[in-house]
Design a protein around this ligand. Sequence first.
Ligand code: P53
Length: 476
Amino acid sequence: MPFPNNFLWGAALAANQCEGAWNEGGKGESIADHLTAGSRTKPRRFVKDLNLDKYFPSHTGVDFYHRFEEDIALFGQIGLKSLRLSIAWSRIFPNGDDAQPNEEGLRFYERVFTTCRENNITPIVTLSHFEMPYHLITAYNGFANKQVIDMFVRYAKTCFKRYKGLVKYWLTFNEINFGTLSAGRLFCLGLRDAAQENYFFTSGDETEHYQALHNVFLASARAVISGHQIDPQNQIGCMIANGLAYPLTPKPEDVLATQQRADWFNNFCGDVQVRGSYPSFAKRLLAKRGVTLEITAEDEATLLAGKVDFYSFSYYSSSCIAADPGNEGEGNLIAGQKNPYLQTSDWGWQTDPSGLRLTLNRLYQRYQVPLMVVENGLGAIDTLENGAVNDPYRIDYLRAHVEAMHQAIDEDGVDLIGYTMWTAMDVISAGTGEMAKRYGLIYVDRDDLGQGTLTRTPKASAVWYHDVIASNGDSA
Ligand code: P53
């Protein structure tokens, strides 16, 4: 069986990584606006006071805010059938707790989605992609505060109502399972004590941490319920960062440790969002860590009523786990140890297309709901030479993953409905804040100091992907 006829071939973006215009059109400050630029070896830092002499990558992004019409036209020329992008919550509710939504922000995305329609592109819209209004952290302590659930639901409803008929596919929270890591305490949960320089590695009260994650689950479930009420056509999914890991050796202790890691990092959040209840292992693990959550009967009913329609995930690489940890991997915050059988990218991420097929099988067997791969790609250094970018390494990466998806559909019977590779065009890297770590089908002339003409140049991978889409996967 080939790829289904209506397969959502596409590419992805996130508002804080591409839009720029951080304080235009009535937009408020978001968490992302407070992150400095870093590199593979130098972590991004969170700073409270925006000293505007400094360079903050999200403030200018790659100027999608002003160039979206030509950008989406280019995506149309590549033949993209779908575009995953996010709405910056702080464009719609600049402070999060505003009495009224910001009309200028609402109109901006209306124009974006209308431009998608004009180019025959189906939008897949993430409501929250690491860009919570900053005021919600300082004034409310983020999702630790139940009032923030109401604010998110109001934001979600505002979007569902305004974009009814223009948007059908929605994702609630990007990579919600980063909320289980210390790194996610700021960018997923918005916890005040994580809003500090070394934001990736903060620790704090675990009960507050997991109560905040619970509140994010409730916010997501209530958004799903409202989204279905507002438009029964809406298809609303979860979004999980896949952290596939293999046992480093066949030692039973390594196999067990790998399963435990997979349960905690991959399965916990997905189970809550797809099945509508906490898995037993998560309840036990939390209890053993001395974390007692306040989960009411009403909460349980909400989670059950707010189950998602499909499961989406990001997939970049895999790693290995040993019961005795030894050297932890670097380069990717969900990495374990290096796999001797796999190639490693310039940023330390290992390429593993078979792992995508394995992941698709595991997920489909676990959940039996349609799947979508909403991020997958290669961050690499590209060079513009004589007006062209030749990126055979990216084509190889993408081709191998398209083949893995084809096998999962054709040989294994997985119900896969879409693929939005990361990214449609070069954007700011989330992890490092660099431009140098490029994933795009389209090259953007911009460097790590924020210099460059911002000119867009489709890469060789764009030409390749055009043919893949036109042949519905046959020419990969
Ligand atoms: P970058 C790592 C760190 C931060 C975000 O990542 C991540 C990951 C993935 O393991 O998740 C997603 O830009 C995220 C995107 C991001 C993409 O991975 O650090 O949803 O926003 O750009 C790639 O190379």
